[in-house]
Design a protein around this ligand. Sequence first.
Ligand code: SF4
Ligand code: SF4
Length: 319
Amino acid sequence: MPAQKLVQLGDTGLMISRLVFGALPMGPLQANLPPEEGGELIRHALECGVNLIDTAELYGTYQHLNRGLRGFTGKVHIASKTHAATADDARKHVERALREIDVDFLDIVHIHGARLADPFIERAAVLAELVRMKEEGLIRHIGLSSHYICALEKAAVQPEIEVLHPLINSTGMGILDGSREQMAAAIARCAAAGKGIYAMKALAGGNLISAARKHFRYVLDLEGVHGLAVGMLSKEEIVANYALFCEDREDELLWSRLEQKRREIKIMEDFCKGCGACVPACTNQGIYLEGGKARIKREDCILCGYCAAACPDFIIRVV
Ligand code: SF4
Ligand code: SF4
């Protein structure tokens, strides 16, 4: 393995690669890769020098991580998230992650708070349970993932929260309560308070792919951003992103291919029964019902796949 260029993740003591492997797109909400195939990509990233993998209970990718980590002897950190509303469920989520990934502890567990304006009130019992699990040694650090500026502002003064995983991109797409400048200021405030920050959605779920390098640099250059999670579905994306993020190199030919890729959301309309369960799952008002069918407002959709998770008939896919 090449020498890794690592950065300090706030006051956590963790040293991470600037490129963080985002596991969401390989799971059943999006590309639905078999665990062996996803595991092979994760392993490739680890061998390139990536050392933090970001997943979540909701993503359904623990088996992919299990395959990717099997027999790997290098140092790797795992971050997961719990969307639990109760302490009991939070514990179940952490225990499932430990069991299925087959590790003794998780480096980071975030309150999966995309849609929570005040996670410390709405998920107080969950936070208390995460603190207990940290004392028991099941978790090393507690974090918060959020699409809200106000949640980050609250986290800056919340001593239990050591890591933030905020949504930010140069268009501000997906930020739920303000501008990219306000989110950037909240990130800088959290970092100044010693929190570790690795961001998400620099390409707004793929919407900004045609100028990916520019949009990645915008986030990586923000004050207080230590790393950036990117969902990757091919070895060439891993190689290109690692070189860009961690070695400041770019292969023009490779990037011109990657920047032409497009992602989209698909609803198998014939099978949609118009139940509406997907509508409240979207943080961005990106999906609505019309004529008894679910429809996407493309300009508001960040291709996160959360509506797909809410559809009981599995007919929404981000591909
Ligand atoms: S429509 Fe679906 S994929 Fe698009 S932002 Fe909303 S939840 Fe995410
Ligand atoms: S949850 Fe599924 S079936 Fe129900 S409206 Fe949405 S896409 Fe259609």
